[in-house]
Design a protein around this ligand. Sequence first.
Ligand SMILES: NC(=O)c1ccc[n+]([C@@H]2O[C@H](COP(=O)([O-])OP(=O)(O)OC[C@H]3O[C@@H](n4cnc5c(N)ncnc54)[C@H](O)[C@@H]3O)[C@@H](O)[C@H]2O)c1
Length: 368
Amino acid sequence: MPKILVTGALGYIGVRLVSHLLQAPDGYEVIGIDNDLYHDATHGPLTAVPDQRLTLYRRDIRDLSLSDLDGVEIVMHLAALSNDPLGNLDERLTDEINCLASVRLAELAAKAGVERFLFSSSCSTYGAAGDALLAEDATLNPVTAYGHSKVEAEAGILALASDTFSPTALRNATAFGYSSRWRQDIVLNDFAASAWLNKQVKILSDGTPWRPLVHIGDICRAFTTIATADRSQIHAESFNVGSNSANYRVSELAEIVAGEIPDCSIDYAPGGGPDKRCYRVDCSKIVEHVPAFACEFGVQDGVSEMLEAFAKYGLASEDIAAGKYARLPAIARRQAAGEVDDLLRRTCLSGTDGRLQSNSSQFEEPAE
Ligand SMILES: NC(=O)c1ccc[n+]([C@@H]2O[C@H](COP(=O)([O-])OP(=O)(O)OC[C@H]3O[C@@H](n4cnc5c(N)ncnc54)[C@H](O)[C@@H]3O)[C@@H](O)[C@H]2O)c1
């Protein structure tokens, strides 16, 4: 059974990716690594299902060593300070975790004999780009510390490609949809929560910026199809992950979400400008190189899935106001509680090797 190491296994995409890997017909053994920064941000039950093929460790990727990669064939590297506001929290730390630790992990993986290293990059590497449809060879123009960290990590990781080591960068579009580590701080999810709670979608920009979107389940399938694709097609390549039909203006996304909730209004925050982050992406390359991949879910699917989860598990306006599901306030909570230090290192770990008690459990996530 192939052994896969997933970093960021307890994040928004990670919990669903782990579940997806364990549901795969071939079956994988999965080692999950995460320092669990968002343990108080679970939405609905993070229901543990016994599964002997999964071991989860509460570890920091900066502390991993060669022995952690023993017998691993594929690394799926998602752990990161995962968005623009987090990048602004401390640019040096963003570089340390998202870039330096990522390149170091890829170096360790190459040394340990890992065959494939799938790096979770981002379309925010394109930054301020305007209306043109951008393919992977377009100039990268990141406008945030987060975007810069992904550009530099990609370059450092892909440069390690060799006859025995195949790194691949997945430039994910902005994700949407449900997971039990649901995030509010991404555009469609934010609109869905606000429409559900307040019958109002609030746009902070002037609504004109372009955003490519991709359903979280399609990101998971991009990882698994790239992991099993013909090596020559993915070796040292970057892929935009999304679909050409899913480039939307922010105002269009607001209209789609508002259309799902009776009497929902769309309001613009006073003084909202055009937003420097504006890009449309061409996602033809991934389908050409990895024919098993195609996006299956649209924006409406993601909105319906989130509204169903809000109806089933509830969504409290106090939690949204307190930033329970947003990454930046969660980190501030960890620091205020003394759980992590200024460098976001955990001040105590569970068990000597960081193994979590739920070490042989997976989480019940929507079936893909
Ligand atoms: N969600 C999106 O829209 C999106 C879009 C493009 C790319 N990405 C990338 O995909 C990846 C996953 O995104 P997500 O939305 O699941 O983010 P997330 O913030 O929900 O998850 C990231 C996980 O990484 C963990 N982590 C952070 N620093 C760590 C460290 N030093 N050591 C160990 N674990 C650490 C956190 O605890 C968290 O569980 C990230 O690399 C992100 O940049 C996400």
